[in-house]
Design a protein around this ligand. Structure first.
Ligand code: GLU
Length: 488
């Protein structure tokens, strides 16, 4: 098996758009694998596509990694022996490698235009032949090259695939073989000189001495190319010529059993952050997309995952993203938080962009336990406890709830409650409950179910709220009475 500390894995996203859950799953498995083996996690930014990459997305990637609690041993902001870790800053390296590959005969200039390629591909398809690149420019003479140049053509650089099958053992899927007709020669440098993912990704894996490549199954088709490229890189002195071990993580399926696409709104990591998922809850759930701790335990900590994580347990079958299960797992982690930790996590949701006062924090510490058992995501706290923290002039009752509950019939209920609470000596939950029961249930003959709902709506603003009498106590007598009068 893998010996400790020799493990070097990488997480190498392209900074395009918002991070998505598939990407997080890949980061998680790499991180857990590195930590499990005491190895090294390299964080590399694959930003060679100037048209699609953005600085904003780069900043978001780093922020997301930190929010999730992932650390990296080499990469942006951390540095390391193979710096720089942003591919946009490594262009000289790629140009040099591309040149050496051509000098060594491992790559060649291809002058075919897109139209020519399309026409030949269509013809091959019609004839029932393999439709990949047909090798037309593989062995051009110096005269042919000169003639193409004279026509004003600018070449791309293509890698020369071996004419023999490529076989490798995938750590998740076992032995896989790709025949030459299925892996034609492929472009590694664009006509404008820009190196392509097909080149820069394996070049950096070789230079950064990556031992294991764990990535999504969608990249499986590029693996035979990379295996061949590795051998060529070894020949020109880049890396040691051995390909890393590859493990392709199973597809994640979304709604309707379609592959979860990064453009799927459900896939956006920000959505989960904004709703108030805990990183530990989300990671617990995402780890189950292709892996499990044991058959009878779905809930575990990240440390438990790291201790147990190995690739032999990764499942090749597609995994289904189940939002309900993700929420249930998050709720379990949320309930398990220590009270003061729970409060700490609620603060940014209740007081966005500002620090709460001592008094507000105090109130929150008292109110939070009323909600911890009922919450799925932290963002719910705004609806549940927001009524305690709004300024009187900003307090509003939910319109639909008011229309349903604060009707003519509610008037005597409100009036009797105000009267009872005005003079209550001890404004704490038990006496509040006792006096309201007496006034409404005994006094007015109203069933408890109907008696307390108008009060709940008047005081908390909603029909669904934390326990009513505790809420009144936390709000205080003056504000409680003010809201009851306002409702009346
Ligand atoms: N930058 C590539 C991507 O985001 C990385 C693929 C890989 O892991 O090899 O798809």
């Amino acid at each position: 098996m893998v010996s400790a500390s020799s493990v070097r894995v990488r997480f190498c996203p392209s900074p395009t758009g918002n991070p998505h859950v598939g990407l997080v799953r890949t980061a998680l498995f790499n991180w857990a694998f590195a930590r499990h083996h005491g190895g090294t996690l390299v964080f590399r930014i694959e930003d060679t596509d100037a048209a699609r990459d953005s600085e904003e997305s780069y900043a978001q990637l780093l922020d997301s990694m930190r929010w999730l609690g992932f650390d990296w041993d080499e990469g942006p902001e951390v540095g390391g022996p193979h710096a720089p870790y942003r591919q946009s800053q490594r262009m000289d390296i790629y140009a040099d490698v591309a040149r050496k590959l051509q000098e060594g005969g491992f790559a060649y200039e291809c002058f075919c235009t897109t139209e020519e390629l399309d026409a030949r591909r269509d013809a091959a398809r019609k004839a029932g032949k393999p439709s990949g690149y047909d090798g037309k420019c593989r062995d051009l003479s110096a005269e042919q090259v000169a003639a193409y140049r004279a026509e004003g053509r600018t070449p791309i650089v293509r890698f020369r695939m071996p004419d023999t099958p490529i076989t490798f053992t995938d750590l998740v899927r076992g032995e896989l073989t790709f025949t030459p007709e299925n892996v034609p020669d492929f472009g590694i440098v664009r006509a404008n000189g820009a190196p392509l993912y097909t080149l820069v990704n394996p070049v950096d894996d070789a230079l950064m001495e990556i031992t294991h490549v764990l990535r999504g199954e969608d990249l499986l088709s590029s693996t035979p190319r990379q295996v061949a490229l590795y051998a060529a890189l070894g020949e020109i002195g880049v890396g040691n010529g051995t390909a890393p071990a590859f493990g392709h993580l199973p597809y994640v399926m979304g709604e309707g059993n379609k592959k979860l696409s990064k453009r799927d709104p459900q896939a956006s990591l920000n959505l989960y952050r904004e709703r108030g998922f805990l990183p530990e809850g989300l990671l617990n759930y995402l780890s189950l997309l292709g892996w499990s701790l044991s058959e009878d335990r779905d809930i575990f900590s990240i440390d438990e995952m790291v201790a147990a994580f190995d690739l032999t347990d990764v499942n090749a079958n597609p995994a289904r993203f189940d939002l309900k299960k993700c929420e249930a797992i998050n709720a379990t982690h949320l309930r398990a938080l220590a009270p003061d930790e729970f409060v700490r996590r609620l603060v940014p949701f209740l007081f966005p962009g500002r620090s709460p006062s001592e008094a507000e924090l105090d109130l929150l510490a008292k109110a939070a336990p009323l909600t911890q058992e009922r919450m799925v995501v932290l963002g719910e706290v705004v609806g549940m406890l927001g009524f305690l923290f709004v300024q009187p002039e900003n307090f509003h009752v939910d319109e639909a709830d008011a229309a349903k509950v604060l009707t003519e019939e509610a008037k005597p209920v409100l009036a009797a409650s105000i009267k009872a609470l005005e003079t209550l000596p001890d404004f704490t939950p038990d006496p509040i409950q006792a006096t309201l029961r007496e006034a409404l249930v005994d006094g007015l003959g109203i069933k408890p179910k109907f008696a307390f709902t108008p009060l709940r709506v008047a005081v908390t603003g909603r029909r669904v709220s934390p326990p009513l009498f505790e809420s009144m106590e936390l709000l205080g007598r003056d504000e409680t009475l003010r809201r009851l009068r306002a409702a009346l």
